[in-house]
Design a protein around this ligand. Structure first.
Ligand SMILES: Nc1ncnc2c1ncn2[C@@H]1O[C@H](COP(=O)(O)OP(=O)(O)OP(=O)(O)O)[C@@H](O)[C@H]1O
Ligand SMILES: [Mg+2]
Length: 571
């Protein structure tokens, strides 16, 4: 064997040894991160190739920082520095895409061999030596294999990192996420999924079937319809009730099932699900529904209360209307009654007033007949008596006329009258009635009040009634004195008082004295005093009664006085 042959076979042996060593690296790198992988590659190449420098440059991917490792071996610190500077300069120059180059290093040259890591990235593995024969073919080969191994390791690490992220995502999700085989046996269920359905772990789950996760009423639907549909269409979304394995309680879920197909060949591999627990949402919905319901009830209650109140109001309104109508009716009845009573009173008053003169006239006529029957001197007297009867009849006629006028005009006919004349005429009439003989009459007229402004006939009725009452009251009295006196009540009114010496008033009569139909007399109508009061008040005066200190009654009334020179009605 030649020397070259020996060297070649030694190198080959070394190369094979190194290749075997390199092939074990991926197993060592399991779980390594890019920094550790880079360190390990650099260390392996330093040992295997015996260079001055090894560099691993991994630019940062995504947000990761880049890694640049430069290792030297068996050289002075000064040379180390020079080599690093030269290498970094070469890396920045952009000539790193060439697999081999030489960079000047002081008086010597640094020969570089490089291999890319990954596909089309800027990551690179560089080895440098001042040896002129660097790199040999086998060194190039080993560098290439190391770069490939690093590429695979780094890609695996990146893939695993992605996987770890997805696993973290799935594991931390609060949704039920699961994967089952096409036979319906669960292969994976995330932590939330296990917890939601009350399972202890994956081992427990893998002894079950997908249909076991459902409430019994859902099983047929899923088995016969939904599962085939997911197999056919690749996806189904809807609501289903899962079963809690410990409590048996139904759990509402919004379920999304989808088919996972082999990415290259397209045949189905798994059925997976992402299902959201709707318990809280359903509860909220139910509460809302209940709230709505009770709100509706409350509104309905309130509405019916209001309607009832409204009905009550209407009822009350109607009651009030009825009451008002009744009141109105009663008022009208009362008014009608008052009118009737006024008409009745007028009629009664008329009867009362006519009664007096007509009785007197009848008495006179009877007396005249007797006188005429006797003949002789009686005839003269009979003529006088007939004259009186005629006067009384005229008086009755006057009363009638006046009443007519009173009714039609509603007021009296007032004139200035001499008081003394009116009183004397009334006295004459009063004394003509029964019970008058033996009554002593005294008249007194106030000289400063000779005239009054009155309706003569009416005031004479008052005087006549009061005098008749007095005479009638005294029929059984020993002292029978009738006084009529005038006086000045004030500057406007004249007072006329009729006083007797009778027994005075009974107590029960006294309180109702001026009311109509109050009488103690067998033939009395009890109207005299009420008529008197009406007449006096119509003249603007007042009629009052009082018991005399010495016994008997006084009736006093006032009428308007009249100026002295206005007297033009004296008779
Ligand atoms: N001067 C008097 N003294 C005592 N009692 C009197 C006197 N005047 C009136 N009375 C009482 O007052 C009653 C009412 O008198 P009034 O004149 O109103 O009616 P009357 O005289 O009974 O009947 P008539 O309608 O015929 O006048 C009398 O019945 C009598 O009892
Ligand atoms: Mg009377």
């Amino acid at each position: 064997m030649s020397l070259t042959g020996v060297r070649d076979s030694q190198e080959l042996r070394h190369s094979i040894r190194d290749l075997v060593a390199l092939s074990t690296l991926p197993a060592i790198w399991k779980g390594y991160d890019p920094q550790q992988i880079a360190d390990s590659v650099a260390a392996a190449l330093l040992t295997m190739l015996g260079p001055d420098v090894v560099c691993v440059s991994l630019p940062g991917e995504r947000e990761e920082a880049g890694i640049e490792i430069i290792r030297t071996a068996g050289i002075s610190a000064e040379l180390d520095n020079a080599i690093r500077t030269a290498l970094q300069g070469w890396l920045r120059s952009g000539s790193s895409s060439q697999s081999a180059s030489a960079v000047p290093l002081g008086h010597s040259t640094l020969n570089l061999a490089s291999a890319p890591i990954g596909f089309g990235s800027d990551a690179i593995l560089v080895v440098g030596s001042r040896r002129a024969d660097f790199p040999s073919e086998s060194q190039r080969l080993l560098l290439g294999v190391a770069a490939s191994e690093a590429t695979i390791a780094l890609q695996r690490w990146h893939a695993e990192a992605d996987q770890r992220r997805f696993v973290a995502l799935v594991e931390n999700s609060s949704d039920f996420i699961g994967v089952a085989g096409l036979d319906g046996v669960p292969q994976y269920i995330n932590a939330a999924g296990l917890r939601l359905v009350g399972l202890g772990g994956l081992a427990e789950a893998s002894r079950l079937h997908v249909l076991d996760f459902l409430m019994p009423k859902e099983v047929a639907l899923v088995r016969d319809e939904l599962w085939p549909r997911v197999m056919r269409d690749g996806r189904w979304v809807g609501e289903l009730e899962y079963r809690h394995f410990k409590t048996g309680a139904a759990i509402p879920f919004l379920v999304e099932w989808f088919r996972i197909d082999d990415p290259r060949r397209g045949y189905p591999l798994n059925i997976a699900t992402v299902s959201r627990d709707l318990t809280a949402q359903k509860r909220a919905e139910a509460e809302l529904l209940h709230l709505n319901d009770t709100l509706e009830h409350r509104v309905a209650d309130r509405t019916s209360e209001l309607a009832e109140a409204h009905r009550k109001l209407i009822r009350e309104g109607r009651d009030r209307e009825l009451a008002d109508a009744r009141l109105q009716e009663m008022r009208q009845e009362l008014f009608h009654a008052a009118r009737l009573s006024a008409a009745g009173q007028t009629a009664a008053a008329l009867a009362h007033e006519l009664n007096q003169p007509l009785t007197a006239a009848a008495n006179s006529v009877a007396a005249a007949r007797r006188l005429l029957a006797n003949g002789g001197e009686g005839i003269v007297t009979a003529l006088e008596v007939m004259g009186e009867a005629g006067e009384q009849i005229l008086r009755a006629g006057n009363i009638m006329r006046q009443s007519r006028e009173f009714v039609s005009r509603g007021e009296t006919e007032k004139r200035v009258e001499r008081v003394s004349t009116m009183v004397e005429e009334a006295r004459a009439l009063a004394l003509k009635g029964p019970g008058a003989p033996g009554v002593q009459v005294r008249l007194h007229f106030e000289p400063n009040a000779p005239h009054v402004l009155v309706d003569r006939i009416q005031i004479q009725q008052v005087l006549f009634n009061l005098m008749r009452n007095a005479i009638e009251a005294m029929h059984a009295s020993r002292r029978r004195e009738l006084d009529v006196a005038t006086s000045l009540h004030d500057e406007r009114m004249v007072e006329i008082a009729v006083t007797d010496t009778g027994p005075g008033l009974d107590d029960d009569v006294a309180v109702r004295l001026f009311e109509p139909f109050v009488s103690t007399k067998p033939n009395g109508m009890g109207l005299g005093l009420s008529i008197c009061r009406s007449i006096v008040e119509a003249h603007g005066g007042r009629l009052q009664s009082e018991a005399n200190p010495g016994g008997g009654m006084s009736f006093r009334f006032t009428v308007p006085s009249a100026p002295h020179d206005g007297d033009n009605n004296d008779r």
